[in-house]
Design a protein around this ligand. Structure first.
Ligand code: FES
Ligand SMILES: [Fe+2]
Length: 424
């Protein structure tokens, strides 16, 4: 642009500008290469979900393995809250990790008396079960501060070899057995687990887990899938049952011709041969691998091999085992990946599980395969987003989160509890 055009205040420039505009108009139209990216700019369609950056309150979350908790206090972060956990005479307790005196973490403290935890700085001593300040050791036995301060405590349970903490808004926790996948509570199972701190928002991790499209492409290179083909594309319905929603395959295609591109297939001479009829689907696993199902797994009659429920529990069902993922919000940018692989066997048959899990399943499945998910969760950046047909799975999960949260808030309102609004 010239300086004349910058200051068009003189009338005699008008004819020149008109001529310039006319000459521009007759030029052949430039082929625009602007991106075609319509889509959703935010998640306001699901306001509770959008607000739940640091997780949904009112649930049990696993925080570490049971054998990691001793009488030495340990700090964990859950939904952005710093919590100190400690084992005393066999029972695990959890308290807010900030000493109300001067803000020092109680997890820096130590145990001077049974059933208590003392802050390392001035010796304020809290009862583990009630959180009550029962001693201020540097102010003598009659310290008047005692009984005037109560530290927040959390309900704790141990299940599946892990410590679980309930983070709510003052309500009484529901029984943890109602939180765990039903088949794990009511049947003997042998499990192998992995807990790994990971970067990325917990919602990306959960959405990745229930995402219909990604496994077929991202994980096709995983060693865990070396001999098992996965479909190239599916037709999938999302089916609710109880508190879960399921991905139910109605068609599975192991190869396809893409117009203008060519043939794309997941088949290979060294892989299991999948069925050629796309209507011959399996809803136990997604690898064309049809072993005789374990009777406990068969009895569940799962509508689909992948299911999810609040507050981010994924269940992937194969004929002989079930893989679970618990996505635990640490804070807005970090989560814990908790992978649990369960086989429903008992007696001597249990013995065969550990060499298999520790020898290769842990490394190939909970390791290399799962690290592909870890990578994607770290680099996902949404919204904005433009979803495609397989993302029906994500839409239904967000809707579930929204509906269940509405129900929870109504129940809390009946109890006179109104949680602080969370900024979205
Ligand atoms: S800061 Fe904890 S006792 Fe002083
Ligand atoms: Fe994955």
């Amino acid at each position: 642009m010239t300086s004349t055009e910058d200051q068009p205040t003189v009338n005699d420039t008008a004819p020149k500008r008109a001529a310039a505009a006319a000459s521009t108009a007759v030029k052949p139209a430039r082929k625009h290469r602007a991106p075609k990216l319509p889509g959703r700019q935010d998640w306001r369609s699901w306001p509770h979900y959008q607000a739940a950056k640091a997780g949904f309150r009112g649930y049990w979350y696993p925080v570490c393995f049971s054998n990691q908790v001793t009488n030495k206090p340990k700090q964990v972060t859950l939904l952005g809250e710093k919590i100190v956990i400690i084992r005393d005479q066999g029972t695990v307790y959890a308290l807010n990790d900030r000493c109300p005196h001067r803000g020092v973490p109680l997890s820096c403290g130590n145990q001077q008396f049974k059933g208590t935890l003392s802050c390392v700085y001035h010796g304020w001593t809290f009862a583990l079960d009630s959180g009550e300040l029962v001693g201020a050791l540097t102010d003598g036995p009659q310290s008047p501060i005692c009984g005037k301060v109560t530290q927040q405590t959390y309900d704790v349970e141990e299940r599946l070899g892990m410590v679980w903490i309930f983070v709510g808004d003052g309500e009484k926790p529901y029984p943890i057995d109602e939180h765990l996948p039903e088949e794990l509570v009511s049947n003997a199972a042998v499990i192998g687990s992995r807990i790994q701190p990971r970067e990325g928002n917990w919602r990306f991790a959960c959405e990745n887990g229930f995402d219909e499209g990604h496994a077929k492409f991202l994980h096709r290179t995983a060693l865990w899938r070396m001999f098992k083909p996965m479909p190239v594309w599916n037709i999938t319905k999302i089916v609710p049952r109880g508190r879960w929603i399921y991905r139910m395959q109605t068609e599975q295609h192991y190869d396809a011709d893409f117009p203008g591109l060519g043939h794309w297939t997941s088949k290979a001479w060294y892989k299991v041969k999948p069925p050629s009829d796309p209507n011959q689907v399996s809803n136990l696993g997604n690898t064309a691998h049809s072993k005789e199902p374990n009777p406990v797994i068969a009895a569940q009659e799962f509508p689909g091999f992948a299911s999810v429920c609040m507050p981010g529990i994924l269940r992937i069902v194969y004929p002989t085992f079930i893989h679970y993922e618990f996505y635990v919000p640490v804070d807005e940018d970090n989560h814990l990946y908790v992978g649990v692989l369960a086989e429903f066997r008992k007696g001597k048959k249990v013995l065969g599980f550990y060499p298999k899990y520790l020898g290769w399943v842990r490394w190939l499945f909970h390791g290399q395969f799962s690290s592909q998910d870890k990578w994607m969760v770290e680099v996902t950046d949404a919204p904005p987003e433009k979803l495609y047909r397989p993302d029906e799975s994500l839409l239904k999960w967000r809707k579930l989160a929204e509906d269940v949260t509405e129900e929870r808030l109504e129940k809390l309102a009946d109890q006179g509890i109104e949680p602080d609004p969370i900024e979205s």
